[in-house]
Each structure stands twice: as C-alpha cells, then as structure tokens.
Design a protein around this ligand. Structure first.
Ligand code: PRP
Ligand code: URA
Length: 209
C-alpha cells in the first residue's frame, strides 16, 4: 500500500502562493516550480535505501550511510512536469531522465499520449513522476499505467497542487504508489481546472498564453 503525503510546509506554501499570483511572470514562475520541486523531492526521498560504507575522517575510520545503488529515474509528464526536473536532479544528479508526453483534450479533459521515451532498465528503478497539477487525475493515472506496463513497481508521483477529485482517483486507480502533494486545493471547476489553483501550469512555465 502506498502512502499519500500532503507536505503543507510553510516554505512550500509560501512559494505556492507566489505561483498562484496571476502577476507572477514566466521567469519567476519557473524558478519557483524548480525550488518547490527540490523541497518536495527532499521529503519524497526520505526513504531512499542507504548502505554503510567505510569513511576515514581526520579523527577515525567509521561506517556511515550513503545512498545505495543508482537506480533512480525521473520521468516528468510533459509539458509542465519538465519544470520540476532540475529541482529534483539537484538532489540526485545521477538519476536517469525519461519523458512521457500527455495533453488533456480541452473538451473531454481526457489525456492523450503523444511521446514516451524511458531510460533502459526502467523496471528496476525507483521512478519519480513529477507533474505540477493533479486535476481530474486522468493524466497521472495514464502515466502510471504506462510505466507499470514497462515493469515499474516502485513509483512516487509528485505534484505541487492536487484537487481532491484527482487525488482520490489516483489513489483508487493506483493504491500501491506513493503520492506527494505540495498542497490540497478545494475543488475542480466546470472546465476541470483546480480552484483556487494557479491556472494552466504548462502555459505559465513556458509562456505560451
Ligand atoms: C496539465 C498538467 C497535467 C494535467 C492535469 O497538463 O500539467 O498533466 O493537465 O490534469 P488532469 O489531472 O485532469 O489530467 P496539460 O494537459 O494542460 O498539458 P501541458 O502540460 O502540455 O500544458
Ligand atoms: N492543468 C493545469 O495546468 N491546471 C489545472 O488547474 C488543471 C489542469
């Protein structure tokens, strides 16, 4: 059974408030998304396995922990998930990076896949799947379906803002994965946008509207 963590940390909430502000421009928006991803990544990687290695300090020799293995992949959901990658890689620079391209149909809100490229041996890796927004949950559910088909069993989904509807849908479809949310918002509106939310994350990161 996976766990759901709503981070609700003052530093993260402060930065999310800045993200929500419609006056926040593309440059600051990108910087904030990256910073939040790094803060969230710190928590999401709390249970990474470690192994004891011998280290010689100026004082003595001791057995101390280091991360064991290098079996990690970051697989952002395009486009908006891309904005979170560098923040996560700042913590685990040697992680492999894959990409899953999904877009929501504007009328049906159903996700459509248009790209997928995953690192070799993805099935043996812990996969961190970042996407700033979990709205209906359709995109996240499809992305997890997809990487599970490739043999992945150890999956952590990370979003900056979740709607209760999307969180429930993702938990129901994939009860085995860990889910990390920066905060839980109120509801979805009739266009399946998160309220209060921050608008369209992809457009705000890439300045496309
Ligand atoms: C946004 C967001 C998620 C999805 C969430 O992407 O980045 O991937 O919507 O909505 P859902 O939970 O209802 O599926 P969008 O489809 O707008 O594509 P983009 O990142 O290319 O802008
Ligand atoms: N996708 C976004 O970018 N924002 C929302 O509020 C919902 C889906």
């Amino acid at each position: 059974m996976g766990k759901t963590v709503i981070l609700d940390h003052p530093l993260i909430r402060h930065k999310i408030t800045l993200l929500r502000d419609e006056r926040t421009g593309t440059r600051d928006f990108r910087i904030l998304v990256e910073e939040i991803a790094m803060l969230m990544g710190y928590e999401a990687m709390r249970d990474l396995p470690t192994e004891l290695v011998e280290v010689k300090t100026p004082i003595t020799t001791a057995m101390e922990p280091m991360l064991s293995g290098k079996k990690l992949a970051v697989v952002p959901i395009l486009r908006a998930g891309l904005g979170m990658v560098d923040g996560i890689l700042a913590l685990v620079p040697s992680a492999k990076v894959g990409h899953i391209g999904l877009y929501r149909d504007e009328v049906t809100h159903e996700p459509h896949e248009y790209f997928c490229k995953l690192p070799k041996g993805i099935g043996e890796r812990l996969v961190i799947l970042p996407d700033p927004m979990l709205a209906t949950g359709g995109s996240a559910i499809q992305a997890v379906d997809f990487i599970k088909q490739k043999g992945c069993t150890n999956i952590k989904f990370m979003c900056i803002i979740a709607a209760p509807e999307g969180l429930k849908a993702l938990q129901t479809a994939h009860p085995d994965i860990d889910i990390y949310c920066g905060c839980l918002d109120d509801h979805l509106n009739e266009d399946a946008y998160i309220v209060p939310g921050l608008g369209d994350a992809g457009d705000r990161i890439f300045g496309t509207k």
